[in-house]
Design a protein around this ligand. Sequence first.
Ligand SMILES: O=C(O)C1=C[C@@H](OP(=O)(O)O)[C@@H](O)[C@H](O)C1
Ligand SMILES: C=C(OP(=O)(O)O)C(=O)O
Length: 419
Amino acid sequence: MEKFIRPAAIDGQITAPPSKSDMLRAVAAAYLTHAECEILRPSDCDDALAALNIVKTLGADVERTSERIRFAPGNRQPGSVLDCGESGLCIRMFPSIAALSGAATTLTGRGSLLKRPIAMIEQPLRDLNVACETTNGLPPVSIRGQLHAGITTIDASTTSQFLTGLLMALPLCDGDSEIIVTNLASKPYIEMTLQLLRAFGITIEHDALTRFRIPGRQRYRATSYQVEGDWSGAAFPLVAGAIAGRASVANLRQDSCQADKAILNALRAAGALVQIAEDVVTVSKGDLTAFEFDATDCPDIFPPLVALATYCQGKTVIHGAQRLQVKESDRGLALLQEFTKMGGRVTLHEKRIEIYGNPLDGGMVDSHNDHRIAMACAVAALGSNRGVRIQQAECVAKSYPDFFQDFGMLTSNQPQFAP
Ligand SMILES: O=C(O)C1=C[C@@H](OP(=O)(O)O)[C@@H](O)[C@H](O)C1
Ligand SMILES: C=C(OP(=O)(O)O)C(=O)O
């Protein structure tokens, strides 16, 4: 699918979609509860559908309406293959969870997922009694043997997602466990996991996210869990407000521990006007100037930050670019290539991206089948001269299926953008 985004001013309010990260954790927790529970305001993004299919295969009965999903214990479906689609979180979180049953299982996926590293799960799972084989460090991955309580060390410099899976599974083992974690990246995602576990009655102690003590023999408490609005998806319309007029996004919790709430700090640093009234955030255009920002712990907002920086006068520096190579695309390179096509000035360094504020002409770009690249290009297009045609735009469904409808609501009836 191709999408053409014309230059336009924006003014309007939309509602943030449900958080993909919160939803996937909630689906895993609902499965692990082994009792009736429900998820309210569920996401229907592609990664959420992959997670739901996985727990159905593992034995959950799932009944869905648009407002809620009910879970009840069911029977494990025949077959031992879990299809993770393109979800990094699914393929790194579910091996520990699937290993609770002891049944031999293969986890696989599609597209970009088959090129994303998974070797980091092998040794820790072996330490915990699970034989684990990846395909030269990539998916598919096969596991055999039941997860046992124990002690292990993980290097979490590539991803925090495997740690999330261990933290969810180990409380159900027969004894106490300890995980020593080195080089943890994306730290707030682990805070998010711990917050969700607390909501399901699970207790874990830790020393500043470096050593986790996990009491065994715990039980998930049946609960009715409401998925938070998504700060990661909301970052795009909020940046659009800063570039092209005004955008309000509702359903954003101010007490959220989502990593990408940090978009507010960047918007303020750039000089955008940010107003908050309960769960509604409004961002309006200001005199935008270059800023410096460390996105090591919130890698998913690199794409909207690059769109923002393009409209800031001077040189913006965003640190943490080493985290971008193993996402849905090689995101640093994809941002460099696609923003250059639109007339932007971006340079990519080993650990940072530099962006020089520069009017965009527009043109044709490719999403690299990466939802966040497609959404960043759509936002950047608002201030361009000619508009931007985005190829493979359907990939937004990975996290934000209604993105283009919401975007249309912000731009409808608005005049042509006048930079
Ligand atoms: O736990 C999560 O929900 C996520 C963690 C982050 O991944 P890494 O820990 O691999 O950085 C993030 O990029 C991803 O989109 C979602
Ligand atoms: C990297 C992402 O997700 P995941 O790693 O779960 O595929 C993302 O949503 O940007």
